[in-house]
Write a protein that binds this ligand. Structure first.
Ligand SMILES: [Zn+2]
Ligand SMILES: [Zn+2]
Length: 189
């Protein structure tokens, strides 16, 4: 049965209820064709997105994460190309103000079954292959892979703008909005 090229169907994947009330998209690797791309189009609920990003204080998902993913089997690995969009409200690490960022990103990944490559660590630490992801057993957790991709987009750079001036540690003035009269060398965190 070759269903490559069609949108993902219930027969080819498992969707189960997540603890945050959304659905999780999981794909069986053996359902992916080597001849025609397998398309999976869908969305991840704002609740699931927020649960994934709960390490970032004040993160709110203003939209579902929508994706259009294409998978193709190459024998030893599966390629995943996807475009992802989500709108997040984040809290600036430097000045503490909320800001909205619309993420729109493309991912291009190679998925390897973990046991086929001698363990997860070996793959994760391979520097030439930063675009490599492993999956365990007979399930590809598409949601998790896509959420991780967005996470990496802003990890360590959660600022309202690249030149955010932060707040004055003495008087609390948001230096993006105006200056204060505190001694200059003490202004930055
Ligand atoms: Zn800021
Ligand atoms: Zn000040």
């Amino acid at each position: 049965m070759d269903l490559g090229g069609s949108y993902i169907s219930a027969a080819l994947c498992q969707a189960k209820f997540f603890r945050h009330g959304g659905l999780v998209m999981q794909i069986r690797p053996d359902s992916i064709s080597s001849k025609r791309e397998f398309n999976a189009k869908g969305e991840i609920s704002p609740q699931c997105v927020e649960a994934y990003f709960d390490a970032f204080d004040g993160c709110r998902a203003l939209s579902p994460l929508t994706y259009d993913a294409h998978l193709l089997h190459h024998g030893k690995f599966i390629t995943l190309r996807a475009s992802i969009q989500v709108s997040l409200e984040l809290c600036c690490h430097r000045c503490g103000r909320s800001f909205v960022r619309d993420f729109s990103t493309d991912v291009d990944l190679k998925l390897f079954e973990a046991s086929s490559v001698g363990g997860v660590e070996e793959i994760v630490l391979s520097e030439e292959d930063l675009d490599t992801v492993t999956y365990q057993g007979d399930v590809i957790d598409l949601d998790n892979i896509l959420l991780e991709s967005i996470y990496l987009e802003f990890d360590g750079d959660c600022m309202c703008s690249p030149d955010c001036k932060g707040i004055c540690t003495q008087c609390g003035q948001n230096l993006n909005l105006g200056t204060c009269s505190c001694p200059k060398n003490l202004e930055f965190v």
